[in-house]
Every structure is written in structure tokens, then in C-alpha cells.
Design a protein around this ligand. Structure first.
Ligand code: GLY
Ligand code: MN
Ligand code: MN
Length: 439
């Protein structure tokens, strides 16, 4: 906690600096950032789990309190309108007393619909930042999530403050505890559901606290990129295990994937080859390197692995050019990470919002930025046996390039993904995930 507290002041100073710059450029009085409102389930009196506006939790680690508002203009001490209703049905948020509370002026709001009384009189000069545009309109905001402000904030958010880096190291530390417990549960014979329970217990986080729905896939299920079923039955045989699971620390996400083979065999050798490849790509991360180039380099290395393991034959560059590697590795190399698992700003090339799309041949790549210091990204190459994609190869001459016997041999194992969370520094990169002791 001391480490967090000691970096918090400069974190707020940096956020204030960004706000001062953009409100002066846009001629605004300031920003009013809404934590959010609960979403009600259809025909019910229950709400979906509350997910706070990431722009709100960028300032304060308040993750579970809707109807809060933060007023910032870059000059004055931020003002927090903190929701504390009289409510005997639900838990009411405690009065803020954590290390961050001294950095804001706090006003209490007891009735959500009375917030207008606490907002500035010149509300038309302030920009609303949040999800509930109808609420903002009723309150008199003329500017709601203005593009210029959003682009500016999203572009600069890629550069993490020291406070944010501490949070992200912690969220890796927590997730790694879960991964170790999950690995043990796999080798001890657990079902996907049982492995999930072990993971959540070890991280001490509920399924609505972790930053995304865990992917816990045994055997063939590992080929389904976003598999979140959590089968309760234990499979008859146990061949492989892919786990993509993160943790949340003060609103910052980790996003980690590992793949295991139950026995030593061609699949375990393929995992070792992919692990080596993943570390080689991580080692290429430096300020000035284009993330797209890392993605292309990954395809070239995967092509070599396809040849080495007799999954495909031919010249590795031809395998890339013909789209063969994209069948085995159809997703992007990774993405920016932070307040959101897929953090905003991956395609922004300047603070004005110039968007650079992924190359046509790689439509699922989520980041086209040039690396710079203090960015945090995932590196997550994969190799899968996905029949719906392989079937397309069978329709043309590319069919003969693939060794279908090896594909059949690998199909029962599903696939492999290995994902680490990395900070780019000026002269090195910091692999937070491996530094926490996860092989
Ligand atoms: N867990 C989602 C992803 O790796 O991007
Ligand atoms: Mn992931
Ligand atoms: Mn990821």
C-alpha cells in the first residue's frame, strides 16, 4: 500500500496535466466523469454486475459505486461527488478513508437524481465523460464524450504512470497465484468448472471481479478462441489444458494464458516451441518498434514451426503469404492492457485521434501503435487446430501444403496460446508475468 500511496500524487498530477491541456485546447471549463449507473435485467428487479466507467477508475480505485461523479479541470483539486444513499436493502459504500481520499474534495450525494444540485452552474461548459448520454442531456451537458477529448485521453492513456505500473504488477502477481492453482487442479484431474473454482479461490476474486470471463479449456475445447463454457463433467481422458485468466488490482487488469500437456508427446514439444517463440517476440519489444511488425514476425516464426513439426510444408515465407499461418494463428499478437483488458487507444497514432487500422491480411490485430516507454501490452501468439478455418484450405491448392495426418494427430489437443503482460522501458522490457514466477 505504501508504494501505491507514494506514487498516487504524481499519478493524479499527470492526469491533471492531461486534463489541463485538453480543456484549454477545447475551451472547456472541465470534465465531469460519471462512474455509471446500474443496468437492470429485462422484466426483473435485479441489476447486471456493475462495471465502472474506465475514465472514472483511472482517477480513483472506486470500482463498485454507481452514481458517483468526478469533476476535474486540471487546476483545482478534483471534486468527488460520492454516492451514499440511505438504503437498508443494499450495502452502502463506506466513506472514503483510503490513501487516495486526501487527494480529492468529497461531497456526499444521498439521492442519485439530486446530483444537479452539486454540479457546477455553467454545466454547458463542462464535458460529460460517461455512458449515460440521456442522463447527461437532461442535466444540461452540451458536450458528451467529445471526440477531441476522448482521442486525447485514449492516446495518452497508453503511457502508464508509476502508480499504474505498480497496480499492474500486483494484478499479475494475483493472477499468477491463480494460474499455479489451476495448473495443479488440471494435473489432479479437475473438470473445467473445478479448475475455475480453484483459480478464483487462489486469486481471492469472484467471477464478477476478475477482468474478463476466464477461458478454461480441456482437450479439443482449447481450439475455441473464446471458450467460456466451464464444463462440469471431468473428461474421460485428459490431454491438454489452456487457461486464459487474469486478475484485477484497483481496477487494473492482468491477462495471462498458459497451455499444458498432460503427457510428454508431440503436443508438449509444440508447447515448448511456442513458448520459445513467445519469449523471442517479447525480447523484440523496444521503444520505436511497430507492433504490427512484431505480429508479422510472429507469423514468420509460426511458419517455421509448422514446417519443423510437419504440419505444413514449403517455404516459410510462402506459408505466410498464402495465408496458411493465419489459419493456425487467426487472432492478433496482443493488445494494450490497463484499465480495460483490451485497453483503448491501440489504433491511435496521435492525440488528435488519427486511426491506423490493422493490415487487411490481419483484421483481428488490436494494436497498430509504435511502442513507447511505459506502455503495457500483451504478447500472446497461438497455434490451433480450427476445423472451420482448415476446411477453407481444402477448397483450393493450399490443401496440398498441409499435412493432414499431423493435423489429425493434434486435433484432440485443441490448441496453444501463451500470453504474458509486458512493460516497455527505455532500455529493456519487463515481463511482469514471468517475473512473478510463472514458467
Ligand atoms: N483474454 C482475452 C485476450 O487475451 O485478449
Ligand atoms: Mn488473454
Ligand atoms: Mn489478451
Amino acid at each position: 500500500m505504501d508504494q501505491l500511496a507514494s506514487h498516487f500524487q504524481s499519478h493524479i498530477a499527470e492526469l491533471n496535466h492531461r486534463v489541463a491541456e485538453i480543456v484549454s485546447r477545447e475551451n472547456l471549463s472541465g470534465l465531469v466523469i460519471h462512474s455509471g449507473q446500474p443496468h437492470r435485467q429485462f422484466l426483473d428487479d435485479l441489476d447486471y454486475p456493475f462495471k465502472v466507467n474506465p475514465h472514472f477508475k483511472a482517477w480513483l480505485p472506486i470500482l463498485d459505486n454507481p452514481h458517483c461523479w468526478l469533476l476535474v479541470n486540471g487546476r483545482d483539486k478534483p471534486q468527488l461527488i460520492f454516492y451514499r444513499p440511505v438504503d437498508f436493502w443494499h450495502k452502502v459504500a463506506e466513506l472514503p478513508s483510503a490513501f487516495w481520499a486526501e487527494h480529492v474534495d468529497i461531497k456526499l450525494l444521498t439521492k442519485a437524481d439530486k446530483v444537479a444540485d452539486l454540479l457546477p452552474n455553467d454545466i454547458g461548459q463542462w464535458a460529460y465523460i460517461g455512458e449515460h448520454l440521456d442522463v447527461a442531456e437532461v442535466l444540461g451537458f452540451k458536450m458528451r464524450n467529445p471526440d477531441a477529448v476522448m482521442s486525447y485521453l485514449h492516446y495518452h492513456r497508453a503511457s502508464k504512470t508509476e502508480y499504474e505500473l505498480v497496480c499492474m504488477r500486483k494484478s499479475n502477481e494475483i493472477a499468477v497465484k491463480g494460474h499455479i492453482a489451476a495448473r495443479n487442479a488440471f494435473f489432479n484431474g479437475g473438470s473445467e468448472f473445478e479448475i475455475q473454482q480453484e483459480y478464483l479461490t487462489a486469486t481471492n476474486q469472484g467471477e464478477n471481479e476478475v477482468p474478463y470471463g476466464n477461458i478454461i479449456a480441456l482437450n479439443e475445447n482449447a481450439s475455441i478462441l473464446h471458450y467460456t463454457k466451464l464444463e462440469h463433467l471431468r473428461p474421460d481422458t485428459r490431454r491438454s489444458f489452456l487457461i486464459d485468466a487474469g486478475a484485477n488490482f484497483s481496477g487494473y487488469a492482468s491477462d495471462i494464458t498458459r497451455t499444458y500437456a498432460f503427457e510428454k508427446n508431440i503436443f508438449s514439444e509444440l508447447i515448448a516451441a511456442m513458448d520459445k517463440l513467445q519469449l523471442e517476440i517479447v525480447a523484440m519489444m523496444r521503444p520505436g518498434v511497430k507492433y504490427v511488425d512484431l505480429h508479422i514476425a510472429t507469423h514468420q516464426k509460426i511458419a517455421k514451426i509448422l514446417v519443423e513439426f510437419d504440419i505444413a510444408s514449403g517455404d516459410p515465407q510462402d506459408l505466410v503469404d498464402q495465408g496458411i499461418t493465419s489459419v493456425f494463428f487467426p487472432h492478433g499478437l496482443g493488445h494494450m492492457l490497463g484499465l480495460q483488458v483490451h485497453d483503448m487507444g491501440g489504433f491511435l497514432h496521435d492525440e488528435r485521434g488519427t486511426h491506423i487500422a490493422a493490415p487487411d491480411a490481419h483484421p483481428f490485430l488490436r494494436c497498430t501503435r509504435t511502442l513507447a516507454t511505459n506502455q503495457v501490452l500483451t504478447i500472446e501468439p497461438g497455434l490451433y487446430i480450427i476445423d472451420s478455418l482448415l476446411n477453407e484450405l481444402k477448397l483450393d491448392a493450399r490443401k496440398s501444403v498441409v499435412n493432414w495426418k499431423t493435423v489429425d494427430l493434434l486435433r484432440p489437443f485443441g490448441g496453444i496460446r501463451i500470453e504474458d503482460n509486458v512493460i516497455v522501458h527505455a532500455d529493456r522490457n519487463e515481463n511482469m508475468t514471468r517475473d512473478c514466477g510463472l514458467d
